[in-house]
Design a protein around this ligand. Sequence first.
Ligand SMILES: Cc1ncc(COP(=O)(O)O)c(C=O)c1O
Length: 388
Amino acid sequence: MKMTFSEKMKNFTTSAFNVLNEKKLERQQKGLPVYNFSIGTPDFKPEPHIMQALSQAALDAENYKYAIVDREETFSAVQHWYRSRYGVSLEKREIMSVYGSQEGISRIFLPLCNPGDIVLIPNPGYPIFSIGPALCGATPVCYNLYKKNRFLIDFDDIPEETARKARAIVVSYPANPVCTTADDDFYKRLIAFAEKYNVIVIHDNAYSDIIFDGRIGKSFLSFPGAKEVGVEINSLSKSYNLTGVRVSFVVGNPDIVRQFKILRSQVDYGMFLPVQKLAVAALTGPQESVGRNRAEYQKRRDALCKGLRSVGMDMEDSEGTMFAWGKIPAKYESSEKFTLDLLEKTGVIGVPGSFFGSLGEGYIRFALVLPVPVIEEAVDLIRKTRIF
Ligand SMILES: Cc1ncc(COP(=O)(O)O)c(C=O)c1O
């Protein structure tokens, strides 16, 4: 039988990570060194009290039933987290769990959008921001992030007609892959834009804890009017080194949370109870590791950004996120070609900027997932190639 597939599949190609992974394995099989700066999964370990909470709960046979809903203690932990970390009060009806921000973003447009509704997304931006709306039948339309604006949204650059038609806007600072942060004034402009054009804000706050040089990572919800216009998706993945666990929360506008819960009640039966216990332990337990990891990321940021500038790369210091973002050498026309050449010549693996949208072309992204001495070794190898 000849298989045919849905129009939706046209939105998908094999992830650049798979291609890079194959190249990495080829090198490893030949015994050649590899410096993997591609995927943003922390190399730090989860704290013992977090792992203990999960493992103890996993030994209780009662915890293998459908959870159906979030537990009272899970709500309380999220309320505690938002109050103590961001100074934001949340009601229970403003909180729900999702299986990681990726999963949340891949479905949240189902209750929000009709087929063809416009969702504004960043270019360059994290890929799920375009895939999510497309999967839900909406139409992602890019807003452009330019270096000259510190990669912040220029709201005047969004055509009036597009803004009027838009149903939602996805915003995420500290921003992957461009590594900039947004100030308070930006969030005020965002909320004013949302109110003016009746556009729902989905703020992805994956990196509020990985922010450098004394900056403070805030919540979108800490700004007046935010809860009236949108929700924030916040993840435990990066703050607590739990990428594999898949636990995030959607918080904010109670109407959105209610509709999303109704939808999810038909497609899943709640977050595995031991994972809820783990989340409670992470959010209410000691928080020192968050600051410790942030300090280590900053040392890595310094080693990588300063190191690469010293070999001729056009690159700013990251203001936040666990990444660094810089320009490929002028002699290269394609970031994919540069990434592959760099890998072949040095074993250093980055991600081509084009993976994050058309305006990512000409850039490469590195994840700060290797210790400083290894970063220095990689920078030295790059220096020797004179690739810049
Ligand atoms: C901007 C952004 N949002 C969300 C995620 C994914 O978070 P989660 O592990 O909660 O799905 C990432 C992961 O790299 C990210 O960079």
